[in-house]
Ligand binder design. Structure first.
Ligand code: DX5
Ligand code: ZN
Length: 220
């Protein structure tokens, strides 16, 4: 059976109780904790940075996936990894050189991923597909949780899936934005293997129930 990784985005979690949230996420069965860093320039919002990432890292053994929505990710790779990131993803639309940024992430000992905004065609990812562990297809405009899944991104996921399968690459496709028990199945059928889920999960009566419902929907 295909392995689907659930990546919980804590952007809309209770920030006053991050330690408790991290522990509950561990128990809920999610495989990955997704951490959204925003600088207020690359995206029109500011979230949280290294001290919070360090605090989360201290409070959980979960795999930490850090999604950098910042103008110059290369400059902050060492700090991101020192703060506990196991996977660092950055946007191809940022100002940093992608090859150098991937190299800096790998040299730091973390996994590397590239991110495509909705307006960026899948072809932009192709030169980097043999160098990265993850390609993240944004299914909303980055910056905010709670937006609706953009179904027209499914073709981009399918195109990347076909490329990865044809070349027999190990890179995983991650999707981020508007994932819930209706859209998860569509994303997985199109070829995604890592589902970032924020507001849907934190709206459920319990995180464990939410994870189970999402997993069942993803594989249905
Ligand atoms: C948006 C972030 C997402 C966000 C997803 O810019 O990258 O990770 O938290 O939230 P939902 O699941 O609510 O769309
Ligand atoms: Zn994200």
């Amino acid at each position: 059976m295909k392995q689907i990784l659930t990546c919980a985005s804590i952007l809309n979690a209770d920030m006053a109780n991050l330690e408790r949230v991290s522990k509950e996420l561990e128990k809920s069965g999610v495989e990955v904790l997704h951490f959204d860093v925003m600088d207020g320039v690359f995206v029109p919002n500011i979230s949280f940075g290294f001290p919070i990432l360090e605090a989360v890292d201290r409070s959980t053994d979960l795999f930490l996936d850090v999604h950098l929505m910042i103008t110059d990710p290369l400059r902050y790779i060492p700090q991101t990894i020192a703060a506990g990131a196991d996977l660092v993803t950055f946007h191809l639309e940022s100002q940093s050189d992608p090859y150098e940024t991937i190299r800096a992430i790998k040299d730091g000992g973390a996994q590397a991923g590239i991110v495509l905004k909705p307006g960026t065609p899948y072809e932009a990812a192709l030169p980097f597909m043999e160098l990265v562990d993850v390609v993240l297809v944004m299914t909303v405009e980055p910056g905010f949780g709670g937006q609706s899944f953009m179904r027209d991104m499914l073709d981009k996921i399918r195109a990347l899936r076909a490329y990865i399968d044809e070349k027999q690459l190990k890179v995983r496709i991650q999707v981020d934005g508007g994932i819930n028990d209706r859209t998860a199945g569509e994303a997985v059928s199109a070829g995604a293997e890592m589902l970032v889920v924020g507001s849907y999960l934190f709206r459920q009566p319990s995180l464990s129930e939410g994870v189970q419902k999402l997993r069942a929907a993803a594989l249905a």
